[in-house]
Structure formats: structure tokens, C-alpha cells
Design a protein around this ligand. Structure first.
Ligand code: THU
Length: 137
């Protein structure tokens, strides 16, 4: 099982690829599948601001579109600003991984435990919306 500090470092590295010319807020995510693969994601902004997508959803869309369905953890880094997933991303993630571990920083190398926070998504989004009807596969 991959160490969460390692996963967070991958998110931090991925943030370098963020496309954030409008907000200048660069975010990176690293999504760990149940099988041990990592999919990265970055925020991708757009001149039509609302067309932009967050790093977390980018990582999920990449993984889902490669056939992944089981997830263990997602790390999110936004440089020195502590970032937690936005409400839309929480709902988006809950569709696939209602109990995924969400790892957020910032990392303080000199602090015991690395300064990382690990919380289950169910804590960040209690009572996530789900359709009561039968879900398609
Ligand atoms: N953003 C993310 O990518 N993830 C978060 O958890 C919070 C916000 C992005 C969206 C936008 O491109 C920029 O950060 C500023 O909101």
C-alpha cells in the first residue's frame, strides 16, 4: 500500500502542470486506486471561467475513463495554501468512492506526521446526494 506522504508528493509534483492563468491558484491531485495505480489531475481553467475543472475531478475522469472503479485515497495539494476539495468535487467523488480517504496539506516536513490531514470523504460530505432509484452500471 502506498504511503500517503508519497501520494501527496505526487499531487504536489502534478500541480506544476496546472493550467490556472486566471486564478493563479495551482492545484494538483493524486488519486490512488484500490489496485495501487495512481492517476494525477490538475485544475484546467478556461477563458469562459465556469468551464474550468478542478484537479480532483480531472483525476477521477482520467481514472474512470480508463476503466477504474475502486479507489482508496486522493491527495490534494495547492502549494502553500491549504486546499480541501470543493463541494462539487465532493459530490463527484461520492458517486464512486463515498469513503475514500482525502489527504490534504500543506506538508510541513519538520512536523511529526508531515502536517497532512487524512479524512474520509463521508466526513467532508455527510449525507451525499444519491438517487434512490436503481443506478445504471
Ligand atoms: N480548485 C481545485 O482544482 N481544487 C480544489 O480543491 C479547489 C479549487 C481550482 C479551481 C480553480 O481553477 C482554482 O482552483 C481557484 O478556485
Amino acid at each position: 500500500m502506498m504511503d500517503y506522504r508519497e501520494l501527496y508528493k505526487i499531487a504536489k509534483e502534478a500541480a506544476k502542470n496546472a493550467y490556472a492563468p486566471y486564478s493563479r491558484f495551482r492545484v494538483g491531485a493524486a488519486l490512488l486506486t484500490a489496485g495501487g495505480k495512481v492517476y494525477t489531475g490538475v485544475n484546467v481553467e478556461n477563458a469562459s471561467y465556469s468551464a474550468g475543472i478542478c484537479a480532483e475531478r480531472t483525476a477521477f475522469v482520467k481514472a474512470i475513463s480508463e476503466g477504474e472503479r475502486e479507489f482508496a485515497a486522493i491527495a490534494v495539494d495547492a502549494g502553500n495554501a491549504p486546499a480541501v476539495p470543493c463541494g462539487i468535487c465532493r459530490q463527484f467523488m461520492a458517486e464512486f468512492a463515498p469513503n475514500i480517504d482525502v489527504i490534504t496539506g500543506p506538508m510541513k516536513e519538520d512536523e511529526a506526521g508531515g502536517g497532512l490531514r487524512v479524512r474520509p470523504l463521508s466526513q467532508l460530505l455527510p449525507e451525499a446526494f444519491a438517487l434512490q432509484t436503481e443506478q445504471p452500471e
